[in-house]
Ligand binder design. Sequence first.
Ligand SMILES: C[S@@+](CC[C@H](N)C(=O)[O-])C[C@H]1O[C@@H](n2cnc3c(N)ncnc32)[C@H](O)[C@@H]1O
Length: 367
Amino acid sequence: MPQIILTCDPDFNDLALDEFRRDSVYGAPVAELAPGVWLAECDDGFWGLAESWQAKPPIFVRHLCPVDAVLPLTGTPDDIPGLAALAAAEFAAALDPDLAYSVQSRVLDTELPFKPFDLNIALSGSLTEATGAVVDVRDPAQVLSVVAARLDEDARSRLTFHASSTAADVIRNTQYAFMGLSPTHLNLSDWAGGVRRFAREDGQISRAEFKLLEALEVFRIDLPPRGVALDLGAAPGGWTRVLRQREQYVTAVDPAELDPRLADDKAIRHKRMTAEEYLADEPDEFDLIVNDMRMDARDSARLMVAYSRQLYRHGLALMTFKLPGTERKQIIDHAFGILRQRYEILGARQLFHNRSEITVAMMGKRS
Ligand SMILES: C[S@@+](CC[C@H](N)C(=O)[O-])C[C@H]1O[C@@H](n2cnc3c(N)ncnc32)[C@H](O)[C@@H]1O
């Protein structure tokens, strides 16, 4: 059966594998290569599953890539030229020379004597030499994914090895490289394993800023020039700072203090009260409502429904659902049911920067 590699937050393995089983044809996990990284197989293979997920993206699976070739590794630095040669021999014909590409490697076994960077450089060197295609690590149209990991004997018996591997290598070795080529957009994330890192900036107020930056990117949200935004649960002010960087006027609602570095910014209005109290204050209308309140997801969804009148017709809303350890699926379904009274859900993802939560993007329902 064709094999693929799925990646998710390991605390949400159960929900990610449920999505995979639900949306694939006879999908089954084969082995967990590292926490949250799954070798899996399904009858519809990478292309069939990726097509289903283009139409209806999963929430918890962050990244998907094909397994087109499996090679036993020696566990020595000789693996680097070996994999580079295989990359050119196996993938040069399928790589479109007119489109930028990148090699995205993950080395999941810490005993292997090389780093992802070493593989990326060696493999892209040999692929570019063979095809003339240009490497663009920031915005590749196609990706060669490489995952190097250790496998136990049981999982090994379910692999089909590349023709170049000798039977002796297959039996002797316990570390393997899984390689697959695919259009970047089908991988669910442009980043290896869905790991989207942002540079830390001077003046950063909270790590939550990364969460909003990632959400704006993943849901492709362009903010209107000099728009007006409402930030519910704003303190200490990370999201407010990101919105200000994008020239939004921000009403920041939170009973807690905002970071003093925001105090002199005249384009920020701090309403030092709860979101429930501010709603009773007959607030204005907004182009964007964001909500990162620490609150039960269903109560938070009810408040968003109450706030839907405060959103302009063209407006967008973003919120996080905080998810406890149990009954997470029921809570998500219930919160979606509440939101759908007044919103159309544009997308929901567990972003790399989400911890025990998911991020939901929506727009007001036209009625
Ligand atoms: C995770 S923090 C928000 C972090 C913020 N997004 C940032 O980037 O700095 C959650 C916030 O929700 C606020 N909160 C909880 N319940 C609230 C309510 N009913 N109304 C307004 N804010 C609330 C808390 O005071 C807390 O500051």
